[in-house]
Design a protein around this ligand. Structure first.
Ligand code: F6P
Ligand code: MG
Length: 402
């Protein structure tokens, strides 16, 4: 029932939003051209899209017979003849990714059918983090052994895994290389300092209450972040914190690295194909959880739409109502939770997301000018110590609402 602020817009000069629409999005379109082998007419259309973002108008979507085509016609109706800079940023970005697929004939039968234009980046992300993957999988296998011996799940391991899942969302892997060098003396406290709101302990309190927990995770990126999330999943399922986990994935490629069902399978096979025994047993565990139906992979076009979280379709909302906890990962999903609106950063987070039927925890590193639930003193401090705190991915939140 709160009055809704204005949406973030690319036309606001000097903002990271403007920079994204005018610079980062054209760069992404160019990278799609470079990393794929599309025929010249497709590349020309991608080039045209890239050049339109800075000052041009939204182009219509050709009917590509995808399930969401008519939905998009509706979403776009009120934005006809508007510039990319003047439509809500969240719509600009989700439509940009949808248009790339429209241009590359992703949904049509033929050579490019279901060809992921970001595949190379996803695969490279995974390969680049192999050392951290070995470390993490080994750690989780050990924690699971320990929890079996102790006959009760360990809360401190769960908190550590929530931190991994949070920091897996960080912009780059710099934290991970530092972490690697220092792995024996790794201290959880060092990860704590950059967490602006940390409700991880409250999450562990919530999760021990019921024996038949279902946990839903709205996933974000494939690659290293997905590994961190799958570590959390394996731990939740095999330590007794959860009886069932549902993963919510994107139905088509979007936001470059966002995970789809096929990316989970690819990741599982990637882990299985390696030679490291702990990683192999981790991947077996994952496979077993998928095959037994305790780990459910589901996709919905809501997750690639420009809609705010409170516009969630009834079917999906009913699904969430059966869950004990929804974990919402990453920056773009957080923006959806807040409708990508210009909330005052001190607005009570729980008041904004009061529409959810179930307890929810957001694990997000900050990469956009959207925030809520922060203390005024923290804002003052951040302004002096790190003027780029909102967008540089160095700061995180673990915000629980229940
Ligand atoms: O850096 C900005 C951005 O590209 C946003 O457009 C988007 O919100 C986010 O990053 C994607 O990050 P994440 O994968 O955490 O959702
Ligand atoms: Mg993402």
């Amino acid at each position: 029932n709160l009055p809704l602020p204005a949406p973030l817009l690319g036309s606001k000069t000097g903002t990271f939003t403007e920079y994204t629409v005018t610079k980062r999005m054209p760069d992404i379109a160019h990278r799609v051209i470079k990393e794929n082998n599309f025929p010249p007419e497709i590349n020309q259309n991608l080039e045209k899209l890239a050049s339109e973002l800075k000052n041009g108008y939204l182009q219509p979507l050709k009917n590509d017979h995808s399930i969401d085509f008519y939905h998009w016609e509706k979403y776009l109706e009120i934005h006809k003849n508007q510039r990319w800079l003047d439509v809500p940023w969240f719509l600009a970005e989700t439509y940009f990714y949808r248009l790339i697929l429209n241009i590359t004939n992703y949904f049509q039968p033929g050579k490019n059918h279901q060809l992921d234009p970001f595949l190379l980046q996803k695969e490279q992300g995974l390969e680049a983090s192999i050392d951290a993957i070995i470390y993490l999988c080994t750690q989780v296998e050990k924690w699971l052994d320990d929890s079996q011996k102790q006959d009760k799940p360990s809360k401190s391991s769960l908190i550590a895994l929530l931190y991994f899942s949070l920091w897996g969302n960080r912009v780059d892997l710099s934290l991970w290389s530092a972490f690697e060098e220092n792995r024996s003396s790794f201290d959880i406290q060092t990860q704590l300092t950059n967490i602006l709101v940390d409700d991880s302990f409250a999450v562990t309190k919530l999760l021990t209450k019921s024996a038949h927990n279902r946990i839903d995770i709205v996933l974000d990126n494939a690659g290293f972040e997905l590994i961190c999330d799958l570590c959390l999943v394996n731990f939740l399922l095999d330590s007794g914190f959860a009886a069932q986990v549902h993963l919510h994935l994107k139905p088509h490629p979007t936001f470059v690295s966002d995970a789809m069902i096929k990316d989970v399978h690819y990741t599982q096979e990637f882990l299985a194909a390696g030679s490291h025994p702990q990683v192999k047993s981790f991947s077996k565990r994952l496979n077993k959880n998928i095959n037994s139906g305790r780990l459910v992979l589901q996709e919905d076009y809501f997750w690639t739409s420009p809609l705010a979280f409170w516009q969630i379709p009834k079917l999906l909302k009913d699904e969430f109502a059966k869950s004990n906890l929804i974990i919402v990962k990453g920056d773009a999903n957080y923006r959806r939770l807040l409708g990508d609106l210009e909330w005052d950063y001190t607005t009570n987070f729980a008041d904004i997301v009061a529409y959810l039927p179930t307890p929810m925890v957001a694990l997000r590193t900050l990469k956009s000018e959207v925030a809520a639930g922060l203390k005024a003193e923290i804002l003052t401090e951040l302004a002096t110590i790190d003027p780029k705190w909102l967008t540089n991915g160095q700061w995180g939140v673990i915000q629980l609402v229940h």
